[in-house]
Design a protein around this ligand. Structure first.
Ligand SMILES: Nc1nc2c(ncn2[C@@H]2O[C@H](COP(=O)(O)OP(=O)(O)OP(=O)(O)O)[C@@H](O)[C@H]2O)c(=O)[nH]1
Ligand SMILES: [Mg+2]
Length: 206
């Protein structure tokens, strides 16, 4: 899929303020600093579209971008960021939870995990929670430019082992680098195929 347009629509502190759910929506979720905003910029070929920062906790609202006038990308705040207060963390997770469970046009959640790390407890918890709630999701490894192939193969294997403990089938997996532009085509094709499926089956949201 080629991107003709990518426009920032709005930032919303809660689901009630999000744009009308009139187009299919794809959300990017993951721990703070994992590279959600950078991935969105890479996918859309627009450097400053989503604000990125080397300091975790940059994205604090639900940001909506309209792509090709036909589907939404949602950039969410990171979960599990240790430096904000426990109270703020709880507000964020409640907000994300409510968004995921109630957003009518949400067709897929991309969960981002850092390729440099072994599976982390709160990522696995989040993945299993999505499963329980029957929310479709895919797993995206980020920053693969920062690991050696050997190191990544090891982390990847550990992830698969953990996932197989609760899942018969592993989800669709993407390996990405915003820095080196790896994984753009794969993710965009996945979104394109999903959009076509919705169209063919006349699935709308309003
Ligand atoms: N080397 C490398 N660095 C990356 C990559 N993706 C993101 N980064 C860096 O990681 C840091 C965090 O990136 P963001 O995209 O702001 O992360 P985020 O997940 O949106 O963070 P919050 O909004 O704070 O939750 C920035 O310094 C990015 O430049 C990547 O693929 N490779
Ligand atoms: Mg961000």
């Amino acid at each position: 899929m080629s991107i003709h347009s990518a426009d920032f629509i709005k930032s919303s502190p809660k689901i009630e303020e999000c744009p009308e759910p009139d187009f299919p929506e794809y959300a990017f979720i993951g721990r703070s600093n994992v590279g959600k905003s950078s991935l969105i910029n890479m996918l859309t070929n627009k450097k400053g579209l989503a604000k990125t920062s080397s300091t975790p906790g940059k994205t604090q609202l639900i940001n909506h971008f309209l792509i090709n006038n036909s589907w939404y990308l949602a950039d969410l705040p990171g979960y599990g960021y240790a430096k904000v207060s426990k109270k703020t963390r709880e507000i964020f997770s409640k907000m994300i939870e409510k968004y995921i469970l109630n957003r009518k046009n949400l067709v897929n959640v991309f969960i981002l995990v850092d390729a440099r790390h072994l599976p982390l407890e709160n990522d696995l918890e989040f993945i299993n929670w999505l499963g329980e709630k029957e929310i479709p999701f895919s797993l995206v490894f980020t920053k693969i430019d920062k690991v050696s192939q050997r190191e990544f193969a090891f982390n990847f294997k550990k992830y698969m082992q953990e996932l197989r403990k609760t899942w018969e089938e592993v989800p669709t997996i993407f390996k990405t680098s915003a820095e080196k532009k790896i994984g753009q085509e794969e993710i965009l094709s996945f979104i394109e195929d999903t959009n076509k499926y919705l169209e063919r089956n006349k699935i709308t949201f309003t």
